[in-house]
Design a protein around this ligand. Structure first.
Ligand SMILES: Cc1cc2nc3c(=O)[nH]c(=O)nc-3n(C[C@H](O)[C@H](O)[C@H](O)COP(=O)(O)O)c2cc1C
Ligand code: SF4
Length: 459
């Protein structure tokens, strides 16, 4: 592990030299043409190999429908030229919302989603070319341990106790474990949401199983008793039951995707994908078995993620220059964090060569990300180049790259973690640096409210 260093490269050569110095497994290719190739996903074709990763804005209306701010975000994303738009976390049940403004699709607000999907598709064609039609996937979620549906107060729904995470997520000795009956009721809820998503015009849904939300934590529920805990078969049961229930409800023409944590960086018996004797050593055994099970269930699009963005090692999920408040400086170079994420994507892609895998970890590379994306695509290490914070900061980056103009350095995400800080402060989020007219005031407002809450808690 090397020392943490901020991004300091002016040329591709400097970046190449640093990668070599660190011995990081990151390749860069000067030939970017592969980024422009259409990508087949199930029966769908994405017009190019860029994907927008799911990025919550925490800005929906109380009933879960898109607000003007949500609408603005998606019109910008669709106009930006990516071939695949993976919409943010959308709750399947009210008690599983991560915040009172989390997206939630219901019979009551279906129309507002239908209108937004329609308008977003129009915007994609208008800003790019008349035939440009990105694939649109809605991420369905239950926030589990991180549920906070009503106010600033956590209302965790946990599959197992975790001595490290419990004190940090509002779990007390009075918090019950989610009952088997409750968990068994969820596949039907996902199926209902998927049917609504199809009606709204989405091309598919993702059964979100990453970042320690409910389905992610279930994968790691070694200590839970009963049919959803303990053995690998039990820990994957709810995810697979849900995939089957969704398939049954939507038929074969609708895409089912899965974004799952390949590696939790969390100790046994509370983590998934980590070696039993070392949480920082990746054990591909179970994650790769899961890939094969998902494949067997006709899941047609995958995305790997890793880590727990709520815990003290968020660099495992998103390599950064500056952390959000209270997070220690990582004991590794961000290029090592980027290489780790690339390696996970490559492992999943090699285990499922017939399914495109959306990679992540690119934003830290700023204007040089296309070169890494092109190399990964060429080497069969991903099916899509996924952009998270970069999409907040610079939604039109795919268009600039694919048109040959290249990314403008001054528009790139600087991985400052301010968008994360807004989330932590319970505000509405977006890029504070590159979209500052809208989000700098929202950042300040969320910070002040959080400080006020901290002061009142101390009294
Ligand atoms: C503000 C914010 C919101 C996010 N929301 C989601 C989400 O809704 N669903 C999800 O799977 N990941 C979410 N992520 C994680 C990103 O999709 C992505 O995995 C991560 O930022 C790493 O990619 P990047 O380096 O391109 O940013 C979020 C990340 C941030 C910073
Ligand atoms: S606030 Fe903007 S620049 Fe900072 S990490 Fe988020 S997207 Fe990147």
């Amino acid at each position: 592990m090397a020392e943490h260093r901020k991004f300091h490269f002016s040329t591709l050569e400097q970046l190449r030299d640093e990668i070599a110095r660190l011995g990081a497994d990151i390749s860069l290719s000067d030939d970017l043409t592969v980024l422009a190739r259409p990508v087949a996903a199930g029966r769908l074709y994405a017009p190019n190999a860029f994907a927008v990763l799911p990025m919550e804005g925490c800005d929906c209306l109380q009933d879960g429908s898109p607000s003007e701010l949500t609408r603005r975000r998606y019109l910008r994303l669709f106009g930006g030229g990516a071939g695949l738009i993976w919409w943010e976390a959308c709750a399947v049940v009210p008690e599983g919302r991560a915040n009172p403004r989390q997206m939630m699709l219901t019979e009551g607000n279906l129309r507002s989603f239908t209108e937004l999907v329609r308008d977003a598709k129009r915007e994609a064609a208008l800003q790019n070319s008349p035939g440009h039609r990105p694939v649109s996937i809605l991420q369905l979620t239950h926030s589990g341990r991180y549920s906070r549906p009503n106010s600033h107060r956590p209302e965790p729904i946990i599959p197992q106790n975790d001595p490290i995470l419990d004190p940090l997520s509002g779990v007390t000795e009075n918090t019950p474990l989610a009952a088997d009956e409750y968990l068994a009721s969820l596949p039907e809820k996902y199926a209902r949401s998927a049917v609504l998503a199809r009606e709204a015009g989405f091309d598919g849904v993702d059964i979100k199983s990453c970042h320690r939300y409910l389905f992610s934590e279930l994968l790691a529920s070694h200590t839970r008793e009963g049919i959803y805990g303990g053995s690998f078969e039990n820990r994957t049961r709810l995810l697979l039951d849900t995939v089957r229930a969704v398939r049954e409800a939507v038929g074969d023409d609708f895409m089912i995707a899965c974004r799952f944590n390949v590696f939790d960086a969390h100790p046994y018996p509370y983590g998934f994908g980590s070696a039993k004797d070392d949480p920082w050593t990746f054990d591909p055994g179970e994650p790769m078995r899961l890939v094969q099970l998902l494949r067997r269930e006709n899941v047609q699009l995958l995305s790997n993620s890793a880590g727990n963005p709520y815990y003290i090692y968020p660099q495992v999920t998103r390599p950064f220059d500056t952390s959000s408040l209270g997070i220690p400086v990582p004991r590794e170079d961000p290029l090592e964090s980027v290489a780790r994420l690339f390696a996970f994507t490559a492992a999943v892609q090699q285990a499922a060569p017939d399914i495109p895998v959306v990679g992540n970890g690119y934003s830290w590379l700023r204007q040089f990300l296309p070169y890494a994306g092109a190399a990964n695509l060429k080497n069969g290490k991903c099916g899509f180049v996924g952009l998270g914070r970069s999409s907040f900061a610079y939604p039109q980056a795919p268009r600039d790259i694919l048109s040959g103009r290249g990314m403008k350095e001054g528009n790139c995400c600087v991985t400052c973690s301010k968008c994360t800080q807004i989330m932590r402060d319970h505000g509405k989020t977006g890029c504070v640096v590159r979209d500052s007219e809208v989000y700098a005031p929202l950042y300040r407002c969320a910070r002040e409210s959080a400080e006020e809450r901290e002061r009142s808690a101390e009294l």
